[in-house]
Design a binder for this molecule. Structure first.
Ligand SMILES: [Zn+2]
Length: 73
């Protein structure tokens, strides 16, 4: 497995040592009660997709979603 270059928002989980594209995506894979009962879900089970660089992020946006944001004509 390759180690992604950590950017400003990329973070590594201290528990399972997976990488995430944003802290929001990191939070998605964490479950349980804060303060001792927390654990990691498999990122794929919470809707995340592993990127080419090894980090887990949200699923790629569809063309329709990009158009809705005005990113493409
Ligand atoms: Zn984790």
């Amino acid at each position: 497995m390759t180690t992604p270059k950590l950017g400003q928002s990329t973070c590594e989980c201290g528990a399972c040592h997976r990488y995430f594209t944003t802290t929001a995506n990191f939070d998605k894979h964490r479950a349980g009660e804060y303060g001792g009962g927390q654990y990691c879900n498999d990122p794929a089970d919470v809707g995340l997709v592993q990127r080419a660089n090894g980090a887990w992020g949200g699923p790629p946006m569809s063309e329709a979603q990009k158009q809705a944001r005005g990113w493409v004509a």
